[in-house]
Ligand binder design. Structure first.
Ligand SMILES: *Cc1c(COP(=O)(O)O)cnc(C)c1O
Length: 351
């Protein structure tokens, strides 16, 4: 295990914080019938009149077992976007520290840098969409607190080479966040299995993609218990609401349905990739380890607008570096994908 000093990375004001102690933190039910007059709630039962469990114990117990980690290695948030924001607030001193991101990638890292007033140092991926290890090393300094690795990467769809990831985890002195929003679609293994080896590794996952629960907002942070303790000091006490906890529980227990849907989506992706390549003005379809496909066309903005007119919304990625004239297609239902292909083929003959 590499030597690593979490304290040295943590913001000074966060180090001394005690987490806010809510009424429900101080008393946890052991199942005995109790009279709750501690939290100024309305006493009339309607299913959600009580505050939710601030530590989401039941949901975490299920997730911990499924992911092969301890409950103390988990922090849940209002989407992984909240988890990412907590990371900035715990470790990045505004106007002093910096983070490193690797465009073209998920746009929220840059947005969160701006919101938190933290310098965002960008190192372009290489031509084959891999992290540029030497350029990252060159731009890193003592104030580089977080390196964001999105794998599988959005919008390119590839997972980064395992050896490259090991090199970065080994050499980067700050925290390495591996954003695994698309890991359930991936043929590669989750980096959760490497947490013991790398004390600076933080993995984020979400129920928004494969689990089909984008609407309830549930993000997952998996890391050492020391890192999780720091995040627990600053998280809002009731950041995951009762309805979200309930729906998330039901869904993660029904893991076989999730797997079945993922498998259907992967089949559809295979078909869609093949047919996309046959479209006249599509010049390249990138290999995808996720539930979307990036493709290069003759004129991305023109094709995007043509599809809109036909009632189909995709993502135009042409303004992203290395992504000139590319479009990103989310894999839909078989019916939706057929509509997409029909529309794309009609556009062959339209100007
Ligand atoms: C969609 C996506 C997320 C999801 O964030 P949530 O807030 O959990 O919905 C996170 N990271 C990446 C790279 C994504 O594409």
């Amino acid at each position: 295990m590499k030597d690593f000093n979490l304290d040295a990375l943590t913001r000074e004001n966060v180090k001394g914080l005690q987490p806010y102690s809510s009424a429900r933190d101080e008393y946890v039910s052991d199942g005995t019938e109790m009279v709750f007059l501690d939290a100024n709630e309305n006493p009339y039962q309607n299913g959600v009149n009580r505050y939710p469990d601030p530590q989401q114990r039941t949901l975490k117990a299920i997730l911990a077992e499924q992911k092969g980690v301890g409950v103390e290695n988990l922090l849940l948030g209002n989407g992984s976007d909240e988890v990412l924001d907590l990371l900035y607030r715990a470790f990045c001193e505004p106007k002093v520290d910096n983070v490193i991101t690797l465009p073209p990638t998920y746009g929220m890292y840059k947005v969160l840098s701006a919101i938190n007033n933290v310098e965002n140092r960008e190192v372009l991926l290489t031509a084959d969409f891999e992290p540029n290890v030497s350029a990252i090393a060159a731009i890193t300094d003592a104030k580089s607190k977080i390196l964001f690795l999105c794998s599988p990467n959005n919008p390119t769809g590839n997972s980064f080479a395992t050896e490259t990831m090991h090199q970065l985890l080994e050499n980067f002195k700050g925290l390495v966040v591996v954003d695994e929003a698309y890991i359930d679609f991936s043929s590669t293994q989750s980096w959760v299995s490497q947490l013991k080896k790398y004390p600076n590794l933080i993995v984020t996952q979400t129920l928004s993609k494969a689990y089909g629960l984008a609407g309830i907002r549930l993000g997952i942070c998996i890391a050492s218990k020391e890192i999780i303790s720091v995040l627990n000091k600053i998280k809002p006490p009731y950041n995951v609401n009762e309805l979200t906890q309930q729906r998330a529980k039901e869904r993660v227990l029904d893991i076989n349905s999730v797997k079945q849907e993922v498998s259907n989506i992967m089949e559809e992706k295979k078909t869609l990739s093949k047919v996309l390549l046959e479209v006249e003005y599509v010049s390249k379809v990138y290999t995808s380890d996720a539930n979307f496909i990036l493709a290069k066309v003759d004129d991305a903005t023109k094709r995007y607008n043509q599809l809109l007119k036909k009632g189909i919304v995709i993502r135009n990625r042409t303004t992203q570096p290395l992504c000139e004239n590319t479009l990103r297609f989310t894999v839909g239902t078989p019916n939706e994908n057929t509509q997409l292909i029909n529309a794309l083929n009609q556009m062959n003959t339209e100007l």
